[in-house]
Every structure is written in structure tokens, then in C-alpha cells.
Design a protein around this ligand. Structure first.
Ligand code: PRT
Ligand code: ZN
Length: 299
């Protein structure tokens, strides 16, 4: 195979994961020469090239050795992993990082007026899905026998068309289910975009490039989740307010000019802050709360 000294990443060409995947790569310092509507993009800043494909093709490209890394939904990766296992093929790809975007869940949904009394409710029903292997695996774990109806798209209209009684589909906001008078009854798989790699470690120069890229991606993800939280608090309330943040990192506190009882506090926190937490902090005595994203960080 040619270009063994360059790493090749597969990513989705057009779809939900395309923009966030490109953003992650660019934050990790990768830039590519070809425009994004081309299939192959040559890496300019690192010996890393990009192949833009349909998401369903990504696990296969890794399995056959055409690509060394892939950015793909865990749902697609796990579906194809189970498919290979059912055919008696050895594992060929694995998830090496969860990337924190493209979050969704694979759920069973029923028509709104149909009662749900646990997985046994599904016994003997037809369930439409684009994820037959994941569904089959879950049904076996539950000890439920049902008919799996494979559909490649528009799964949510299957009950109305009389093709199935239930569906098993990806859900993020739940809007599609509601619009089709369906009710989510059980989550069978949690998904987000992941970095996929071959099961066998790379041996040549690509191993080093891959390590560098992983370190950078880890740094990007750490910063992306980080928030700088700033507020003022009465001295005797600081520990209570900080406890609300569930943050083990030490906060830096300094006295406020001319207000001996008040401190100005700064703390880095992982993960977004919801309004409820901010309101609780205020109730505990804090004021002038400010939450900022972190651009770069060097501990
Ligand atoms: O062309 P290509 O094959 O590459 O793309 P695709 O059409 O197969 O995939 P795409 O771009 O739709 O999704 C890519 C990946 O995004 C999926 O494999 C998931 O990992 C992830 N993802 C995250 C989602 C959703 N959220 C999602 N909501 N994929 C699909 N949906 C669909 C779902 O199937 C349903 O039809 O959105 C609808 C439900 O959304 P809500 O918000 O109404 O619940
Ligand atoms: Zn697809």
C-alpha cells in the first residue's frame, strides 16, 4: 500500500457529523488542501489526509486498511461490529475516543395509545429499524422474540404504513417521534461521535502521527468542556457556593477592594453550567456571576 508514512482519516462527507468533525480536526491543527466537496483532501500542516465518505462506509474502510482512523457515530460502529461478529468475522475496528458531539440514543418507540409494560410488550410484534444488529442483540439480552423489519430510512412512518407495530430509531430531541404520534419507551443504546481505529496497532510512521493527533484531540476536548466561572461571594459563603459547582479543582480567591467581607472567585469547571446551578449559587450568596468558555489552557 502506498503512503504508509501518511495517516488517513475517514469522516462523513455530508451530514450531521461533518461540521463538528471538521471543526475538531482544525482545532487539532489539521488543515487540508482540497475543498470539502471532494472525496480526498490532502493534509497541508501534518502528514494526515482526509477521506470524505458516507458514514456507513467508515468502519469498512478501517477494517480493510484503507483508513487508519475514522470519525463516526457509535451507533454505526457498534451495528457493524455486531454484524461482523454474526458473520463469524474477527473484530477489525474499535472505539478509541468518545468525541462529545452527535449525541443521540437508539430507542424503541410505540404508537402513543399502545401500553408499555416492559420489554415483554414487544413479544411477537414487528419492529422497524435501520439498526437490526443492535436491536437483535438487545432483544436477545431481554429474552424477547420479535420480528425485525429492516428499513433504511423514514423508520418513524412504518407504524402508520402498517409495516410494523413498533420502531427502533435514533432520537435526539424527540421531535420526530412526537410529530409521528410515537412514544419513546426504552433506550437500548447511547451514542455520540467516536474516533474509530483498527484493532491492531499501527506499526510504521503512522503510529507516531496518530499519537500526536490523539494528544491534540484530547487537549481540544478538555478545553471544549472547560468553563471559567467567576463570581463574587461573601467570605463565609464561598465554600457553600463552590460546593454547588461540584468542582474539586482549587478556586483562586482574592479580596475585593474596600469590601473586606467579599471575595472575588475564579474556578475552572468541566462541563456546561445550567441556569438552575447559577440561580442556586446566587441564592447561596454569590453575585455578579460570569461563565466564560475557555479558548486555550496550559496547566
Ligand atoms: O449520507 P450519510 O449516510 O453519511 O448520512 P446519514 O443520513 O446516514 O447520517 P446523518 O448525517 O443523518 O447522521 C449521522 C450520525 O449523526 C448518526 O449516525 C448518529 O450517530 C448521529 N445523530 C445524532 C443522528 C441524530 N442525532 C438524529 N437525530 N442521526 C440521525 N438522527 C435522526 C433520527 O434517525 C430521526 O430520524 O433524526 C431524527 C430524530 O431526531 P429528533 O431530534 O427529532 O429526535
Ligand atoms: Zn449513513
Amino acid at each position: 500500500m502506498i503512503n504508509r508514512d501518511r495517516l488517513r482519516i475517514a469522516a462523513q462527507k455530508n451530514g450531521r457529523l461533518s461540521d463538528p468533525a471538521r471543526d475538531l480536526m482544525s482545532r487539532a491543527g489539521l488543515s487540508f488542501r482540497e475543498s470539502r466537496d471532494r472525496l480526498f483532501c490532502f493534509g497541508e500542516t501534518q502528514p494526515v489526509d482526509l477521506l470524505l465518505v458516507r458514514d456507513d462506509d467508515i468502519p469498512g474502510l478501517i477494517a480493510e486498511g484503507t483508513c487508519d482512523l475514522g470519525i463516526v457515530g457509535r451507533n454505526v460502529l457498534d451495528e457493524q461490529r455486531l454484524e461482523r461478529a454474526a458473520k463469524g468475522l474477527p473484530p477489525a475496528f474499535q472505539e478509541i475516543r468518545a468525541l462529545g458531539f452527535g449525541r443521540c440514543r437508539l430507542s424503541i418507540a410505540l404508537p402513543q395509545d399502545m401500553p408499555w409494560e416492559g420489554p415483554q410488550t414487544l413479544a411477537g410484534l414487528r419492529i422497524a429499524t435501520s439498526y437490526p444488529a443492535l436491536l437483535d442483540d438487545w432483544l436477545k439480552q431481554q429474552g424477547v422474540r420479535a420480528d425485525i423489519v429492516m428499513l433504511s430510512g423514514s423508520v418513524e412512518i412504518a407504524p402508520r404504513l402498517g409495516k410494523a407495530e413498533a420502531i427502533c430509531d435514533l432520537v435526539s430531541t424527540g421531535g420526530t417521534l412526537a410529530a409521528n404520534q410515537l412514544r419513546e419507551v426504552v433506550v437500548i443504546h447511547q451514542s455520540e461521535a467516536v474516533l474509530a481505529a483498527p484493532v491492531e496497532a499501527l506499526q510504521d510512521e503512522r503510529a507516531e502521527i496518530c499519537d500526536l493527533l490523539l494528544r491534540r484531540m484530547d487537549g481540544v476536548m478538555q478545553v471544549r468542556e472547560a468553563r471559567l466561572v467567576m463570581f463574587e461571594s461573601p467570605r463565609d459563603a464561598v465554600s457553600t457556593v463552590l460546593a454547588l459547582l461540584h468542582e474539586s479543582e482549587t478556586a483562586s480567591c482574592c479580596a475585593l477592594d474596600g469590601q473586606a467581607d467579599w471575595l472575588s472567585v475564579q474556578v475552572i469547571r468541566q462541563g456546561k453550567l445550567d441556569w438552575q446551578t447559577l440561580e442556586d449559587m446566587k441564592r447561596a450568596g454569590a453575585r455578579r456571576l460570569l461563565v466564560l468558555p475557555v479558548e486555550q489552557m496550559l496547566p
